[in-house]
Design a protein around this ligand. Sequence first.
Ligand SMILES: C[S@@+](CC[C@H](N)C(=O)[O-])C[C@H]1O[C@@H](n2cnc3c(N)ncnc32)[C@H](O)[C@@H]1O
Length: 283
Amino acid sequence: MRMLPLWRIGLCQRKHELVRAFLAPAKPRATLLRSVPAIYRLKVKAAAAVARMASAGGDEGRTRDPASNPKVVELRKCINKDAKDGWEKCWEEGLTPWDLGQTTPAVSGLVQSGSLPKGRVLIPGCGHGYDVVAMAGPDRYVVGLDISTSATEKAKALSSSLPNANQFTFVAGNFFTWQPTEKFDLIFDYTFFCAIDPCLRPAWAEKIKDLLKPEGELITLIMLVSDQEGGPPFNTTVADYEEVLTPVGFKAMVIEDNELAVKPRKGREKLARWKRISKQSSL
Ligand SMILES: C[S@@+](CC[C@H](N)C(=O)[O-])C[C@H]1O[C@@H](n2cnc3c(N)ncnc32)[C@H](O)[C@@H]1O
């Protein structure tokens, strides 16, 4: 496995702070878990979220401009103040306006379509792990990775008694430094790319390449973000993905509108499926 090109991370504006933040291991933190059975909590939370989104368009959907959502303003302060522990703090304090509280509908669509690769799947920045659970099954073992211990502990608590619980796992760790024992057949990214500082995007692409098997597939559910000064979420276009993925050998096989986007994100999401293009012989 190739080492991370650390010099690229070093190009960041907040160079020293970010390099320290992204190379240090995540600190475990104690989390208080309620004693209500996990499956019951998952069902209650999902039902509440569906009702909320149907009526109000979801928490994040109060406005289309993230910068005018008070929770986004708070989370930006939190993360920009402390690049290392900021995400942990946000999860602990419930500053999670991105959290749908249910499986991303596009993920349910992909599972139902039968078009997902089988084997080992990685979901970096998995949060509470609804998509991890939804993709896992007899054909797919899914690893949900998140830098926040609070998020992964809650994800475990929500899902540990589900029937497919032995087909997924949650790991607390930093995507940029994490070294799994085995590579993956599929990596799925949703709202992770737009959440990291844009100066880390080349390192994100290198790491995706390193973690995927040569024939593996990358699926990015792209949330288009514009007109933001800073983030997260940071300004994001399809071209931003191409800019970092093309140099490491990926090509988009499909880029299409996400017809299944939740109401507040409708018309602002693209689903892209990427494969590595093998080098052609010049002879
Ligand atoms: C915008 S949230 C998206 C969460 C989830 N994908 C969802 O849609 O609900 C971004 C997630 O990335 C995680 N994260 C941020 N930096 C990370 C890193 N370097 N390694 C792993 N996870 C990270 C955060 O803790 C957070 O859960």
